[in-house]
Write a protein that binds this ligand. Structure first.
Ligand code: ATP
Ligand code: MG
Length: 419
């Protein structure tokens, strides 16, 4: 999103109208649609979460109508200006909308230039008004927490855990969360969130420089309010994304989000190692299968050798079931580490959640599996702000992750990998 770009939420229960408005906005410079709502309640929730500059608000909507939603936004999200969409010749409705706090109105059907002009003028007037009544406040620069979800073996539940963890973390008020899908070849976070992305991380990698505007422009907003940076649409596009891109993207996101949750591909590559180096927390996921535990052991040794402290690496057992011949104490004995969180196997619930594209922490917040994710969310949340500054990783300055891993393997196994 360009610096001057006006952030907009479209609230209308008609899919076609939302599509029409979105297309109309895309034909003009300087507008970014950051969210869509199909009723007034969704509009209020999104406005509080995403803090748009403008909300385009239909009047007749189910669940909560546009007038009530306008009233709520004026009070609960006062930095957002509502422009109501009215039917011609309804002065009474216009009067009520203005009394509810609407800053301007448009008459349906809306057309090109008048539409864009009204939005710009409303935005500028509001910006001037605010500049006069509010003291100058420097934009908040966050120190967001980067949480990577990793496993040495495929299919143990990284994406399931990462998606639900991101949504669970976002449930606390005044917290913004972004999820980054770094499974660049076969990422499926977007599918799990029932979205077909327009832009992906590959669009960032195509730019000459990674800057906050291009990163923001490639995020989509899920109905839960979390933002998502999707993986490329085709496996062959994965190649253009490098460790350097990943480093820059994560650092930019950590400056504007409270939590950056990163889904990783299986195994140790440049992308995973770069992300884990940058992370405050690495959730190492294993199942109760012998080969998954063996691979987790190798990864833990490597992470030790890389200098990740015990607090940074959280061991998580997923798909816990009574039918398994191994249990948590076997894992703890073998890995000589405490299992921080164990997540039960809940086949039907997880499959339903994936097929419907609704994270289970939303559809079944009281299920055991959701409570386990809630515990994980607590475990990855810092107790106080100081923690981040103190928990800095050991020196990692000049060596790239692959060179460092090569060095570590050399130490562990007595040989050196060239490259
Ligand atoms: N706790 C659980 N209970 C039941 N099924 C689960 C659980 N966790 C994950 N699954 C299922 O296991 C399968 C693999 O999960 P997921 O895709 O999250 O794993 P992954 O580690 O991301 O895989 P990949 O390595 O391919 O990226 C999916 O079918 C998912 O629905
Ligand atoms: Mg996955």
């Amino acid at each position: 999103m360009r610096e001057s770009s006006i952030k907009i939420i479209i609230a209308d229960d008609n899919d076609e109208t939302r599509k029409h408005l979105r297309e109309l906005l895309s034909t003009h410079e300087g507008f970014t649609v950051i969210g869509e709502a199909a009723n007034g309640l969704e509009a209020v929730t999104l406005a509080k979460k995403l803090k748009p500059d403008i909300v385009l608000m239909d009047i007749d909507m189910p669940v909560m109508g546009g007038l009530e939603a306008t009233r709520a936004i004026s009070v609960e999200a006062p930095m957002s200006s509502v422009i109501v969409l009215l039917v011609e010749g309804d002065p009474e409705c216009l009067r009520e909308a203005m009394a509810a706090g609407a800053r301007n109105y448009l008459v349906k059907p809306v057309f090109g230039d008048e539409f864009a002009d009204t939005i710009r003028k409303t935005y500028q007037l509001e910006a001037e008004r605010r500049a006069r009544i509010m003291p100058m406040v420097a934009p908040e620069r966050k120190e967001g927490r980067i949480i990577t979800v990793f496993s040495a073996k495929g299919g143990v539940g990284k994406t399931t855990v990462a998606t639900n963890l991101a949504v669970e973390l976002s449930k606390k008020p005044n917290r913004n969360v972004v999820m980054v899908d770094l499974d660049l070849q076969f990422g499926d976070a977007a599918i799990m969130l029932d979205t077909v992305p327009l832009r992906t991380i590959a669009d960032i990698a195509r730019e000459e420089e990674v800057d906050p505007e291009i990163v923001e422009a490639c995020l989509f907003t899920h109905s839960t309010g979390i933002r998502v940076l999707p993986s490329p649409l085709r496996p062959e596009q994965a190649e253009i994304v490098t460790g350097k891109h990943v480093e820059a993207i994560l650092s930019i996101l950590a400056e504007s989000f409270d939590f950056v949750v990163v889904d990783l591909p299986q195994g140790l590559g440049d992308i995973s190692l770069t992300a884990m180096d940058a992370a405050d927390v690495v959730c190492l996921i294993t199942s109760l299968e012998l080969h998954a535990i063996k691979n987790a052991n190798i990864c833990l040794e490597l992470m030790d050798a890389l200098g990740y402290d015990d607090d940074k690496v959280k061991l998580v057992v997923n798909r816990l079931s009574r039918e398994s011949s191994l249990d948590i104490s076997d894992v703890e004995k073998t890995l000589k580490r405490q299992v921080k969180i164990s997540i039960p196997y809940e086949g039907k619930l997880v499959v339903d959640s994936v097929n419907k594209g609704v994270p289970f922490v939303v559809s079944n917040p009281h299920a055991k599996i959701s409570l386990a994710i809630k515990d994980l969310a607590k475990a990855v949340t810092p107790q106080n702000k100081v923690e981040k500054a103190e928990a800095g990783s050991p020196s990692r300055e000049s060596l790239s992750p692959s060179r460092r891993v090569a060095g570590v393997f050399a130490g562990m196994f007595g040989f050196f990998i060239h490259g």
